[in-house]
Design a protein around this ligand. Sequence first.
Ligand code: UGA
Length: 434
Amino acid sequence: MKIAVVGTGYVGLVTGTCFADTGNDVICVDIDAKKVERMKNGEVPIYEPYLDTVFERNIRQERLSFTTDLKAAVADAEIIFLALPTPPGEDGSADLSYVLGVAEELGHIITDYKVIVDKSTVPVGTAELVRQAVAKNAKVDFDIVSNPEFLREGFAVEDFMKPDRVVIGTSSDRAAKVMEDLYKPFVRQGNPLIIMDEKSAELTKYAANAFLATKITFMNEIANFCELVGADVDMVRAGMGTDTRIGKRFLFPGIGYGGSCFPKDVQALAKSGAENGYRFEILESVLDVNNRQKLSLIRKLKEYYNDALSGKTFALWGLAFKPDTDDIREAPALYMIEELLKAGAKVKAFDPEAMENVKGIFGDKIEYCDNLYDSTKDADALLIATEWSVFRNPNFTKLAGSLKEKVIFDGRNLFETKKLKDLGFHYESIGREK
Ligand code: UGA
């Protein structure tokens, strides 16, 4: 099939690359000419495991190409994917201007039947707005499909190639057939392709993300309570997660969820509820609790040092919002750095992939270190914000030798409390004894 993907952000790039890898001809469009030039030269603009290999292979075999010219890109395409940003507006609702802007343009330029697919995360009712925007100028038939994407950063290629399910929202049998044919290679192991109406598909995406954000937030509250009553959240998690109705995954407490999706989507669903006369009280609480949780480690730190952080130096391991990505959007580490700087402390940071992105925000206000132990050298304590694998098994003797004092505040529960105690560390984590 011939496919155009409009927008080469995370979702667009992975979508285009993976469709090319199943034998389709894919052309990706972006307004950012510099980025398009880089991609033409085989450069992947984001860090995502395995993406570079698949990307390079499909460019070489001439199934994947890039352009800034929307009209040329969609001329031959049977399917046009919209993978455009839907950032939160000032009031928290999703800003649809990119999606609707391109939809209007498409109306002007399409000259034969197209299936126009919305892959961006959008509020219920957007498919209808996209339909109207295209219809304003269109002289040919077209169908609109809502096809939300469920991939996780860090596992994007794997998730796209082997999705738990594919959700297709459309009221057109013709478009449903085209989408089924396109996705056949991805669901051949029997994972379901679920066809539904556009609105249900749009809501499925928000509901899934909001549910997962709520699940994490619930565990964060249980962890906070564990600390007060002396229970161990790891044990509680193991005890709960073995109930198949609850499940083992997504029960890890920490310093709050971040990323480009959960914070924005929980807010947007709450807002969409309000606009339709429904108050999502549970989501309001999730937002509040998560905002508080991002600074839970800093509160512990302040308590330990009796609020006297000024003049102290802290090593910070992990800047990305989670491991295996260089994405720092809504990363708890950023909020922590801000608090530490406000309190007059110095920060020596290390992250395997995300440091360049953080330099763009904090510049020389913090120090960027080349490796784990450079960051802890002469630091008063170590803070851990992301669970990169490389942090899981440090050389504790080296660590103890480089830190001024043996103090660790761990926002991701990487180490065994007893082991660290035995090694003489003051070790505080989330939902476990100090
Ligand atoms: C999330 C969803 O998992 C994807 O299904 C969805 O497609 C994507 O958003 C999106 O809407 O595009 P992602 O943001 O890549 O994917 O990251 P997750 O792995 O879901 O993690 C989100 C946050 O939750 C991270 O900050 C992570 O540290 C936190 N988390 C996750 C926990 O604190 N505890 C857990 O047990 C799991």
